[in-house]
Design a protein around this ligand. Sequence first.
Ligand SMILES: [Zn+2]
Length: 385
Amino acid sequence: MKLNFALVIALFICTFSFAQTDEEIGNDPELTKKAEEKAKNRPGTYPVTDNIFMLKGMGGNIAVHHGIDGVLMIDTQFENISESILEAIAKETDLPLEFVINTHAHGDHTGGNKNFKRKGATILAHENTRDIMLSKMYKTAEQQALADLEKSIEEAKGISGSGEKLAAMEETKEELMIRIREQAQENMEIDYEQLPAISFQDDMLFHYNDEEIKLFHIPNAHTKGDIMVYFPKSNVIHTGDAFVNGMYPFIDFENGGSYEGYQRGLTTIMNRANDETVIIPGHGNLANRADVIEMRRMMKIFYDKVVVEYMMNKTEDQVAEMRNFSELFDEKGYGDGFITTERFLRSVYKAVALEKGRERDKNKRQTELLKKNQERAKKMDEGRQ
Ligand SMILES: [Zn+2]
């Protein structure tokens, strides 16, 4: 009885301290700021079909699919807005969130993973996406360890009489760095909560909420781990960042993205969709097949134009300043977002340089092979004489 009483008191205090009235919030500048922040970050709900809706806010677009079995969510935006996302879902359905799919590894699509995992959701992604997330964790740990090393060298510089020690440190810096890298990897605590629990290599088929949900890998497009999620019965596709609506796309070359792969991915999306398909892009407003075709057209125009400039020996900086062929799309606001016109032009230039470099290497290899064969034939001829 005593215990129950204590519990009631505790609950009362909890309720009291958490349920601030608007008036209280209004009087406290800290709370006002927090409430404003929350309101600003609250995602907007956009109905797509009877049982699918999009949540648009900070980070990548989320799709929520609900039905007889439960709730499946695509992408998780940022860590600090998970609560608002759950509130938005609760307004539409009281079924449990069972599955979360990550379309790719970037933080604006996976940042909230941990919070939803704690709510009992199982997270899935392509194997490469999990790899990218894991290697990013290693990189962060490594950078921290290397920064610590630099700091201790700097500190040693400030201490008198540390000349010898400092010289030794500088001398063995390379060696130290290798050891630090190894140690960082060994000692790193992997944040498993953030990582997908299930990963797959090619495609995957889901049977959920009386619908077959198809997960297709789009190789080397935005990253090396992109997937698109296709709901044939509902006629809806979530593309992740393999398609963004009305803005220049980001090609993450460092994580296996490629220009050609991105273009191929758009073709895959286009082929899956028909004129009635609702396309939920990674960023931007709800789209349709025509928007995907328009993006493909834009990418081809840019590539073809930059190839010509490249062949005329224009540098990356020169191309980055050109606006003669981007105008058409700049006017529609393509360069107003995260990827500016200049940034996009630089990535097109990079893609062209990579492709031309590959062609050059191939030609060189062929010439060398031809030369070798000619020499061999000559030797054989000489041997015969
Ligand atoms: Zn992304």
